[in-house]
Write a protein that binds this ligand. Structure first.
Ligand SMILES: *Cc1c(COP(=O)(O)O)cnc(C)c1O
Length: 432
């Protein structure tokens, strides 16, 4: 299987698509041809690592890594994505829990898979210098990438985050690693971090000298593993209940949701898809008006979804077409901060369930917008993070302490160390 830019151009091998991140023409890599699966031929109720080997096999066809796919899946899929049914009856509701990885958010799937593939590609290239992975983060991505690459031979990671603008627990997850992880607090905003990362890659001399690689969210190596939990949850539910599942995916840059679209297109039993956004309404506005109008992001309680110009829309349009065609495949609704707060309180009062602000957008869409449809079918709300990551927001709303998952608790005990720098690339290169 080869990979091609959404804007055309020559196909490249999987390794090159993963190592270069973005295509040279500014487009995003997608497989030249999406494989097709018949659910009847696929196993249900198998561990995610095993299903991943089957689902990802065609994507690795002909790659120098194809012989190592099983090992890569064992390395990457070290935690489960349980589907927990919370309501039965006419309309059934489940939650797909994507927060059982080391940093308690779905980004652990993409980051671990990227680390498992990149480290093997690097090992094969006989370059004695370490590869330097640069990641600019507004919170969740940097922690997941640092956790995934920590102590991997032949790699080091530079995490750039905006000084004082991430939550205390997020900051800890970005700065507790040491060893091959360099954490830098940039005096400025997330945009300054991103600008610095771009400036580093754009400088050919620096890029070559330090063997720079990008781990940003549009890397195809992060999307591939994400399609596996959609395949798994939809197959398992179909096997047990004979019905397909409908999904509500909280969305910012459309990475997680695009993986769901892939799963549907590949033939897995995914019926309706709804994208829940926060107050950043570029996607629902596009589906309403047909005009693609990217804009600056606004800050919300669901901060990991604060995206005004979702990059993966380019992939989604290439897969399914423009607004008119997309409207046939999916819907999208925007949820305000007040609605997020209210939803967190309501779900807790209803059943004791504590959801994070991102997941709350999905619950809001389900309770308030779908309730009147009363269709007898199965909905899955995708839980993108554990509420304990956002304790500063969620605890005051539910009025009690949220138990911290073991792995997160372990990380939070490690000492944190980082340098604070001016937004200037010389401050970064001085530390490489
Ligand atoms: C990154 C993130 C999102 C948004 O995911 P996209 O792939 O950007 O749409 C939602 N929730 C959490 C907790 C995240 O970390």
């Amino acid at each position: 299987m080869n990979y091609q830019s959404t804007r055309g151009g020559a196909p490249v091998a999987l390794e090159d698509a993963i190592m270069s991140g973005t295509a040279p023409d500014g487009g995003l890599f997608v497989p030249v041809e999406l494989p097709h699966f018949d659910p009847a031929d696929m196993p249900a109720h198998v561990p995610i690592r095993e299903l991943a080997q089957l689902v990802l096999k065609p994507f690795f066809d002909g790659s120098e890594l194809s012989g190592e796919l099983d090992e890569i899946c064992a390395d990457a899929f070290t935690f489960a994505a349980p589907l927990r049914q919370i309501e039965t009856g006419k309309q059934k509701l489940s939650v797909l829990e994507l927060f059982h990885g080391p940093t308690a958010a779905f980004k652990d799937f993409g980051a671990r898979f990227l680390a498992a593939t990149m480290s093997r590609i690097i090992r094969r290239r006989d370059d004695t210098r370490p590869a330097t992975i640069v990641v600019a983060t507004s919170g969740d991505t940097g922690g997941a990438v640092a956790a995934a690459f920590h102590q991997r031979p032949g790699t080091r990671v530079v995490v750039l985050f905006p000084d004082g603008r991430v939550s205390p627990r997020q900051e800890h997850q970005l700065t507790c690693w040491g060893d091959n992880i360099i954490s830098l607090a940039v005096k400025g905003e997330f945009d300054d971090c991103q600008r610095l990362a771009k400036a580093l890659f754009a400088d050919a001399a620096i890029s070559a000298e330090h063997n720079l690689c990008s781990a940003n969210s549009i890397n195809v190596g992060r999307l591939l593993p994400q399609s596996v939990y959609y395949a798994q949850s939809s197959l398992d539910y179909l096997a047990a209940n004979g019905e397909p599942s409908n999904y509500i995916v909280p969305t910012g840059n459309l990475g997680n949701a695009f993986a769901c679209a892939w799963a549907k297109q590949m033939g897995f039993p995914v019926a309706d898809m709804i994208l829940a956004t926060n107050a950043n309404r570029t996607i629902p506005d596009y589906l309403d008006s047909g005009n693609w109008e990217p804009r600056s992001s606004v800050a919300t309680l669901a901060s990991a979804m604060d995206v005004g110009d979702p990059s993966n829309m380019e992939r989604l349009r290439q897969l399914w077409g423009d607004a008119d065609a997309l409207r046939e495949k999916l819907r999208s609704f925007s949820v305000s901060d007040d609605e997020i707060r209210e939803q967190i309180r309501t779900e807790f009062a209803r059943s004791g369930l504590i959801c994070c602000p991102h997941t709350a957008t999905g619950f809001h869409v389900y309770r308030n917008l779908l309730a009147q449809e009363r269709k007898g079918n199965h909905w899955i709300i995708v839980a993108t993070a554990h509420a304990a990551k956002f304790d500063d927001i969620v605890e005051p709303l539910v009025g009690e302490a949220i138990p911290v998952p073991d792995e997160l608790a372990r990380i939070l005990e490690w000492p944190s160390h980082f340098d604070t720098i001016e937004p200037d690339i010389s401050e970064i290169t001085a530390r490489l």
